[in-house]
Design a protein around this ligand. Structure first.
Ligand code: HEM
Ligand code: HEM
Length: 182
């Protein structure tokens, strides 16, 4: 097995860039939601930079950070969804297939939120109501996705008896057991 394993029966899954990137995004989005003006814009640009770095990392980063590791075909994702409904889904060491697509949706929506926010500040589109409408509309989509994302995290944590939030903080998960999937 390729993971770095320690004596306590846990394996290193999330690298430092994935973890710091994640919590930076959470802080930027949460604060930008309530603060407006120059700080709002800088928080948004910081989030956009994290998204850009994460996309590159998804192509060249370590095993569990790679999109190729956790973005699966629609057929496999659907099959996993059916297993969830039947309460028979396996535990995944990396992101599970539904979580993988949620990550793609979160990154794309956040990029759209930031791009539309930036557009609204340009001379050409300043004051254009439809640009502001897109920015607001996408922030609502983002809020919905984040709610589903957190619900998924809590659900998976309960189903597999593993605190996934702690794993996103210290990077470690329980060592693979028979029946677990990479
Ligand atoms: C603005 C809000 C949020 C955004 C944009 C966001 C985005 C993301 C992204 C992009 C990932 C993939 C990590 C990676 O591989 O790089 C992820 C994973 C994760 N997030 Fe969030 N997240 C948000 C809020 C939260 C909150 C509030 C929590 C805590 C309850 C949370 C817990 C997690 C966990 C535990 C994972 C790993 C899931 C797994 O084990 O597969 N996220 N999130
Ligand atoms: C983390 C990413 C971002 C989030 C979550 C976010 C969220 C929001 C929200 C909730 C609003 C208020 C909409 C309303 O009035 O109902 C807003 C307005 C606005 N956003 Fe963003 N935004 C983000 C990024 C950006 C960026 C990158 C820019 C530009 C550089 C930007 C520029 C603006 C502007 C100009 C407004 C309208 C004026 C104002 O209220 O300050 N936003 N945004």
């Amino acid at each position: 097995m390729a993971q770095a394993q320690d004596g306590a029966g846990s394996v290193k899954v999330w690298d430092a860039l994935v973890r710091t990137g994640h919590w930076t995004l959470v802080i930027c989005v949460a604060v930008a939601w309530f603060i407006h003006g120059k700080w709002h814009e800088w928080l948004g640009y910081t989030a956009l930079a994290v998204v850009a770095v994460r996309v590159v990392w998804g192509l060249i980063g370590p095993r569990y950070a790679r999109f190729g590791q956790f973005v699966h075909s629609p057929a496999l994702t659907l099959a996993y969804g059916k297993q969830v409904l039947a309460h028979r889904e396996p535990r995944h060491i990396g992101h599970n297939p539904l979580g993988g697509w949620m990550i793609v949706a979160l990154l794309l929506t956040l990029a759209g939120v930031c791009a539309s926010g930036w557009l609204y500040t340009t001379d050409r589109f300043w004051g254009e109501e439809w640009v502001e409408d897109i920015h607001e509309g996408l922030t609502n989509v983002l809020l919905t996705l984040v709610a589903l994302h957190v619900a998924g995290v809590i659900f998976s944590s309960l189903r597999h008896g593993e605190n996934l939030v702690r794993a996103m903080i210290n990077g470690r998960k329980r060592a693979p057991a028979p029946g677990d999937v990479e």
